[in-house]
Write a protein that binds this ligand. Structure first.
Ligand code: PRP
Length: 204
């Protein structure tokens, strides 16, 4: 039995569709249910940012989560496969009428991805004050809380609708299949089997 943590939303839906293709049967959570059990798999529906936590603590053996979340959280996990879904980027956003200009003495950067943002600016010796937010990041430059944001851009629509534009791509992201280190050892055959099946399905 493998326990699999999935992030609520489109990635969970697309992952379950991959499982449906592989096993030729329905995998569907009941209304408002957060757990789906089957003979061989137990799926957990968790918050995106919580997937690595479940897998790291071995509450789940494997999981599916964005590379952006993995890079932000830096937990010791096995990265098995780029699933090529949930494609987005982590970008710097600024007001649409502005140009990216790092020559000012200091900047305020609002983000929920403080580690990725801090690394980016410190590697370039750009002095910034990082302001941690938990959501609605696009609001920050509009009301003067920050000069710029570091946030996820998928379609670009949220930035656009809030008078911002992506000005620099920090990293590209997509959903990855991850495993707990102990599970990967203890349940190697099962994990490699599903890894191979998923690989073949997303490539075919
Ligand atoms: C992200 C991000 C943006 C939005 C970008 O939030 O913070 O607000 O999506 O998407 P777009 O470019 O297609 O408009 P998301 O809803 O993924 O998650 P959150 O719950 O972590 O804020």
């Amino acid at each position: 039995m493998l326990t699999i943590a999935l992030p609520k939303g489109r990635i969970a839906k697309e992952t379950l569709e991959i499982f449906e293709k592989i096993f030729d049967k329905k995998f569907q959570f009941g209304e408002r249910k957060l757990i789906l059990e089957d003979d061989n798999f137990r799926f957990l529906l968790v918050r995106n940012q919580d997937v690595p936590t479940y897998v790291y603590h071995q509450a789940a053996d494997i999981g599916v989560v964005g590379l952006d979340v993995l890079e932000e959280q830096r937990l010791d996990l096995v990265r098995l496969l780029d699933m090529n879904i949930g494609i987005c980027k982590v970008a710097i956003g600024i007001k649409k009428e502005e140009e990216l200009d790092f020559s000012k003495p200091s900047f305020k950067v609002a983000t929920k991805m403080v580690n990725i943002a801090r690394d980016f600016f410190s590697k370039r010796a750009i002095p910034v004050e990082i302001i941690k937010l938990y959501g609605s990041i696009e609001l920050a430059p509009l009301i003067g809380l920050a000069d710029m944001i570091v946030d996820i851009v998928e379609t670009g629509e949220t930035m656009k609708q809030n008078g911002l534009k992506p000005a620099y791509t920090i990293m590209e992201s997509s959903a990855h299949l991850i495993a707990n280190k102990n599970s990967f050892y203890a349940k190697k055959d099962e994990i490699l089997d599903i890894y191979e099946k998923i690989s073949l399905t997303i490539k075919g």
